[in-house]
Every structure is written in C-alpha cells, then in structure tokens.
Design a protein around this ligand. Structure first.
Ligand SMILES: C[S@@+](CC[C@H](N)C(=O)[O-])C[C@H]1O[C@@H](n2cnc3c(N)ncnc32)[C@H](O)[C@@H]1O
Length: 368
C-alpha cells in the first residue's frame, strides 16, 4: 500500500512513504486524470472493510483453516448478504487468499494475515486496528470541525474523560492499548536496535516506555546495554510482565514517575518513542531540556516518530499523524527532522542525524 520515496535530510537518506502513487503518476503523465483523487476519496471504504474484518475476528476465526464463504459467514454470524462480497473484497485487496472461484472456493489467511491479524499470533497487530475502528474512524469524521476550531474531536468533546484518563483507570483496557501501540512500534524498535550505533554507549532510559518493548529490543541485540523503561506508575506492572516474559530482568528494569514533574533518569542514551508528538511546543521543549540535563557529554537523545520530511511534501503518513494529534489533543503536532534539530540546537545539543527506521518512521538523533 505504501510507495517508498527517498529524499535527503541534511546528509541523511530519509525514506518517506505515501499511500498510493498519485505524486509520481501526476508528474509523469501530462494528461490530468482523476484516478488519484478518486482512489483517495474512496479509500475509507477499503479501510473500514479491513478494520471490520479484524474487529469481528475474521483472521483469528480462519486461523490455519480453509473455509467456504458460507462456512466462514456462519462462524462469524454474518447475514448471508455479506457473502461473498465482504470476503472477496478482502481477497481483491490481498488481505485474504481464496483457492478457486465460486461458492465452493475456500478462503484462507495470507502469510501476513496469519502473522499480523490472527490474535493467537505473537506478532498480532490487530489491537491497533480495533482501536482505529472503534475510536478514530468516528472522530476523524469531525475533521472539518477540528480544522476550524483547532480543538480535539475525541471523547473529550463529548463530555467524557480523555482517552488517557479513561485508559489509566481501567487496567485491562490499558493493557489492550499498550498492546496496540506495540503493533505500531515493534518494527521501528527492531530497526533502531539494528541501525543505531550502540557500541559507544552503556545505558539507556526509554521515556514513556509503555510495555518496555524498546528496551527489550535493544537489550536483546546489544548484550552490553542496560536499559530502564520509564513510564507512569500505573504502567509499571505491565512493563515488568513483558520484561519477565522476555527473560531480560537482569538488564532491563523499570522506573516510574511523571516526565513533566520528575527529573529524567541519567543515561547515555535517552529514547522517546512517539512521545514528543503528543504535546504542544512548550511541553516538547520541557522534555528536550530534561533529556539534555540527564545526558552526559556525547550522550544521545533519540526521538522515534513518523518524522515529517523537511520540505513537508512527501511523508503523507507523518502529516496525517499530525492531523491525528489535532483530533486527539488539539495543540499537539508532529514535526520534521529540521524542527527537531532547531529545538535541540537551542537547548545546546551539538550534532544531529536522522536514521530511517521502518515505513514512514525515522529516528531523529541529537548528540549533547
Ligand atoms: C503514545 S505512547 C508511546 C509508547 C511507546 N513509547 C511507543 O512508542 O510505542 C505514550 C506513552 O507515554 C506515557 N506517558 C504519558 N504521559 C506521561 C507522563 N506524564 N509521564 C510519564 N509517561 C507518560 C504513556 O503512559 C504511554 O506509555
């Protein structure tokens, strides 16, 4: 679904991704045609089919079996009208396999469906899709109001508790949300562990570390590293469980506190995975200052985000993520490598780089 583009940020290669191929085709084809407009205009149809399939547990229900549309529909308690349209739409979008044609043909999970969308798989990312379907799909319907008012369009607008307040008062839902974040972040943390040069460092503190996944991935790959996953107190037991399950208690520990009230723990590397984008500029600067104070000379602040390209022309996902921050928080926003460099430079950081991670995401690094 994502087409990859490559561009330069400073002297760093940065791969931006954009859904669909509109930019390229438009430049190559001198005759204007509406297909890119139409493709994007209708894309929520396909999105909602995939999200619904995950929500009703289609990929988990199939597991490793092959079922006809009638059998699958019955197990999912679908109305007969849904068969075969719903299943074949997923086949056409390549999210489901089907052998043969016609009513006796059988549907089966693709390798990606089995790995990422079957809830029994250790690499399941469906929690994220369920959250998109249950919350963000309807909140994005109020994008016109968001762009006019600059105000959030989530639960807060409807007089309910904010998403985080609600989550933190309900441990099972918090665990579910943390699992969903894992689906989004795992490939980035694996890439960071592979691509960032940890050889000159010994300690890492992951700020807003949630399940401890970043610390776990770094510790798995770099046996000399000791990591601490820092988050709010309510999150600590969840991180402890994940660290124990990975068998890494000797090198990954947890710490808790509030990153706006408490000093950050001293470490050679301070990481922030999708943290800075949750806040307005004043709070972003507070976190960057705190990281600077906690690092030794030569130490690194690493921010992992769907970093927007400097010219703000290419990374569609990063730009949409920033609009999602408007929907969720109002004044929070995503940023480019150049923004990060400017903010960190103002605080005193000396050297910068951007390392592309996975898909639309990158690590912006500032060295003290
Ligand atoms: C968007 S999640 C990012 C999780 C993880 N770093 C990742 O990239 O998958 C934000 C995290 O920040 C934590 N957080 C929010 N406010 C915090 C605060 N004031 N102090 C410490 N942690 C906080 C949340 O509990 C949550 O785990």
């Amino acid at each position: 679904m994502y087409e990859r583009g490559v561009e330069q940020i400073g002297d760093q290669e940065h791969r931006a991704t954009r859904p669909y191929s509109q930019g390229k085709c438009r430049h190559m084809n001198p005759t204007p045609n509406p297909s890119a407009i139409l493709q994007t205009a209708f894309s929520f149809w396909g999105s909602k089919v995939l999200l619904t399939a995950v929500e009703v547990g289609l990929f988990t229900t199939l597991g490793s079996r092959r079922l006809t549309g009638e059998e699958l529909g019955k197990e999912l308690r679908f109305h007969p009208r849904a068969n075969p349209d719903f299943f074949d739409a997923l086949v056409a979008m390549k999210f489901l396999g089907r052998d043969g044609d016609g009513p006796q043909s059988k549907y089966f999970n693709t390798p990606e469906g089995a790995l990422f969308l079957d809830a029994t798989s250790p690499r399941y990312i469906g929690g994220l899709l369920v959250m998109l379907s249950a919350r963000l799909f309807k909140f994005w319907n109020d994008l016109p109001e968001a762009v006019r008012t600059g105000r959030p369009q989530n639960e807060v607008k409807h007089g309910q508790k904010g998403m985080f307040e609600e989550l933190y008062s309900n441990l099972p839902r918090l665990e579910q949300f943390m699992g969903a974040m894992t689906g989004l972040s795992r490939i980035n943390f694996e890439a960071l562990a592979e691509k960032f040069d940890f050889s000159q460092f010994r300690t890492l503190c992951d700020v807003g570390g949630a399940t401890g996944l970043l610390s776990i991935e770094v510790a798995k790959r770099h046996h000399h590293m000791k990591c601490v996953s820092f988050d709010l107190p309510v999150v600590e037991p969840i991180a402890k469980q994940h660290i124990a399950a990975a068998g890494l208690e000797s090198r990954v520990s947890t710490a808790s506190g509030d990153f706006f009230k408490d000093r950050l723990l001293k470490a050679d590397v301070i990481t922030m995975g999708m943290i800075l984008h949750d806040w307005n500029l004043e709070k972003k600067m507070h976190l960057i200052h705190s990281a600077y104070d906690a690092l030794p000379p030569g130490g690194a602040l690493v921010a992992i985000e769907a970093l927007i390209d400097d010219a703000r022309r290419e990374n569609v996902h990063g730009l949409l993520m920033s609009l999602n921050m408007l929907i969720e928080f109002g004044d929070a926003f995503d940023y480019s490598g150049a923004d990060f460099r400017r903010w960190c430079g103002d605080v005193g950081f000396k050297r910068f780089e951007v390392i592309h991670l996975a898909g639309p995401s990158s690590a912006a690094v500032a060295y003290k």
